[in-house]
Structures are given as C-alpha cells and as structure tokens.
Design a protein around this ligand. Structure first.
Ligand SMILES: *Cc1c(COP(=O)(O)O)cnc(C)c1O
Length: 387
C-alpha cells in the first residue's frame, strides 16, 4: 500500500477550508447584527426571505428555525393530522418521515428509483387512499425528484405537494429551481447543506399568499397581530445572525455549486479512467436536471461496502452512509407494521451506497487519492480480483 501524502487527508466535509475566504464579509455582518441588537426575525430575516424567494423563483419565502420545522409547519397549515396519510420515500433523512408523524398523520412509503434514489412516481398511485392528503418528494443528494409526473398525479387526486428540498438548493428540473416545483417547499440551512448557516435554520416557500400568511403565523405561536392567537403554533423563528450569515453565503452559492459539479465530473472521469465503473456505480444526472451534489454517492456490491469504508477510513478518507436504515424499518415506526422486503430498492440502496468526500474546495489531488484508494481496495479484495 502506498503511503498517503501527508498533506492529503480528505474529510467527508470540510467547512474550515471555506471559512477564510468569507471571513471578512461574515465578521462585518455579524458585527452589524450585534450593533443593531435585533436578534430574532426583523430586517435581516426579511431580506434573506426576499433574496431566497427570488433565487428559487417562488413568490413567498418564510424563515423558520430548522428544515424539520419547514416540513412540519406546512403540514400543520394544511390541516394534516390524525387519520390522514402522507406519501413519501423510505430513503431519506429521518426528518422527512418524522415531521409527518409529529402531525399525527401516517407516513405511507413508496419505493425509490434505483438510479436517482428519489421516489418512483410510477409507484405513487398504488399507495393513494381516500385518506391521502399530501405527497412529500425528497430531492435526495441534490437532484430533484421527477416532478412532472408527481404533479400530474397530485392534480388528478387533489393532493398537496410539499417538496423536501433540504439537500437541493439551486438544483433545477426542466429549467425550474427546486422549491418552485410543488405547492410548498422546505429548505434546511443545517451547516452541512449546500447553503449552511452557523447553526440551525430553515425556510419554507410557497406561491400561495394566503398559505404564506398562515406559515408566517404558525412560526410565532399562531399570532397575528401581536397577542391575538388564531391557533396554537410554534416558536420556530429564524435568528437575525443566521440570516445575516446566510445572506453572505448566498452570494457565493452559485460559485460553490459550480465547484461541486466540477468535482463530481472529476470523480466520474477518475473512476472511468481507472476502469472502476464495472464495480462502482456512479451517480446519474437525469436529462433536464441540474444536480447540485450535496453528496456524491457511489454504489458498490453490498458485501464490499463496509470493508471499503473501513479501508478508506484507515487512509484518512472521510465517508458517510446516507442512510443505513431505511425509514420504514426504524424502530420508532414499528407500529406501521413494515418488514424487510417491503421496499427492496430502498433497502438495497441502504446496503450498497457510500457518500465520498464532497465540498466545493475539494481538490483534484484529493480526489485522485480517494479514487486511487478505492482502486487499491478493489484490486485487493474486490470482485475485480475474482474476475
Ligand atoms: C437536513 C434534512 C432535513 C432536516 O433539516 P434540519 O435543518 O436538520 O431540521 C430534512 N430533510 C432532508 C432530506 C434533509 O437532508
């Protein structure tokens, strides 16, 4: 085994490399907010809302405390609750199904497409019942779900479409941005997202001004105007400090997205050049889509996945498994009565996928080291040897 070059340890995500490039801008706005002594909602948040609405091409954006709340509040505003069903994917971050459960509604899972890992529109209609109220497609890893067929099904059955766009800010589908493709959408600014704050933050979007108003009310205890409460809402306000940081970062987002896409293309080329694509399935970008690569996720035969991950860890390469246990098999959802085999495509993805280091500053040298290390592992242990 070759010794890793000292300068190349490759973390799964490296926020520290990014910070110096924006330090001066960030420090200036943080100072501005501190001097203003206005820390919750207020003008910074309103400007972020306006800028993000414009960025995504959606009329209304409403800041809130997290991406999870950005899913729960629209469900609540829609009146979703006990006795209702919400269709979503079994292969996502927990919050997608957790938010449905929190409203008292039942998450109804629909298996995914094997190549994009997004909900398979052709399986949705079979899951619809008279209780179905909402569909939540997730734009996983930074690529939008196939939204036109989903919208057609939703129209036919009078369902509300709530996009979980937490991983997909800036992604596009047929020329339209993620967040503008459903009736409402949810974004997260958790630090590991493509637009990440310095803590928790989220954003809801919608084209419907009346719905926007109920979302804005729900985040402040259902209050409008001051001290008049129409319903029991939440404290899910967005901090001015987060908004100020996010406004600075938003100005860089397109550059970072381009760098992520370039890094993804370099990975593709390196895997192809080293003749690894027989054993390593690369991410696909569907025609008409702009993938923003929140994650670059490969797929290897299941028995090799965990040993490969260990080998990469030993070579100081950070990886992650998104997600090792599909949502329908989580212990907290046991009462839904699901069993292994219910959603075989999601279950296979959970066994076979591995997210490689991905961030805008990832260098070609680092990527050569990652792909070279995978090559070494497969030469020593993999099916390539058996072949
Ligand atoms: C991150 C994420 C969320 C939740 O966002 P938080 O800000 O962590 O609450 C929801 N759905 C998906 C797909 C996510 O990746």
């Amino acid at each position: 085994m070759s010794v890793p070059p000292k300068s190349v340890a490759v973390p799964a995500l490296d926020l520290k490399t990014q910070y110096p490039a924006i330090r001066d801008e960030i420090e200036a706005v943080v100072r501005r907010v501190i001097e203003s002594q206005m820390f919750v909602l207020g003008p910074e948040v309103e400007q972020l809302e306006a800028e993000l609405a414009d960025y995504c091409g959606v009329p209304h954006a409403i800041g809130c405390a997290s991406g999870t709340d950005a899913l729960i509040l629209p469900l609540m505003a829609r009146g979703v609750g006990p006795g209702d069903e919400v269709i979503t994917t079994p292969y996502s971050f927990f919050a997608t199904a957790g938010s449905i459960w929190r409203t008292g509604a039942r998450p109804v899972f629909v298996d995914i497409e094997p190549d994009t890992y997004n909900i398979d529109p052709s399986r949705i209609e079979a899951a619809i019942t008279p209780r179905t109220r909402v569909v939540i497609p997730v734009h996983l890893y930074g690529q939008t779900a196939d939204m036109d067929p989903i919208a057609a099904i939703a129209r036919k059955h009078d369902l509300f479409v709530l996009e979980d766009a937490a991983q997909a800010i800036g992604a596009a589908y047929q020329g339209r941005r993620a967040g503008s493709l459903g009736h409402a959408s949810a974004f997260s600014f958790y630090p590991s997202k493509n637009l990440g704050g310095f803590g928790d933050a989220g954003m809801m979007m919608t084209g419907d001004p009346v719905f926007a108003r109920s979302l804005a009310r729900l985040r402040v205890h259902g209050m409008e105007p001051k001290y008049l409460h129409h319903e029991v809402g939440f404290n899910s306000r967005l901090d001015a400090l987060q908004a100020a940081v996010l406004r600075v970062k938003l100005r860089h987002l397109d550059t970072w997205t381009t760098q992520r896409r370039e890094a993804a293309a370099r990975y593709d080329r390196l895997f192809q050049a080293r003749r690894l694509t027989r054993w390593v399935t690369l991410p696909v970008e569907r025609p008409g889509n702009v993938h923003v690569f929140n994650q670059y996720v490969i797929r290897v035969p299941a028995p090799l996945r965990d040993p490969l991950r260990e080998a990469l860890t030993a070579r100081q390469i950070g990886t992650e498994i998104y997600y090792p246990i599909p949502l329908h098999l989580q212990p907290c959802f046991a009462t839904l009565g699901h069993h292994p085999g219910d959603f075989p495509i999601a279950e296979a993805a959970a066994r076979e996928t591995l997210a490689l280091p991905m961030y805008p500053e990832l260098s070609e040298e680092q990527q050569r080291y990652v792909v070279g290390s995978i090559r070494q592992f497969l030469d020593a242990h993999g099916p390539a040897r058996a072949a």
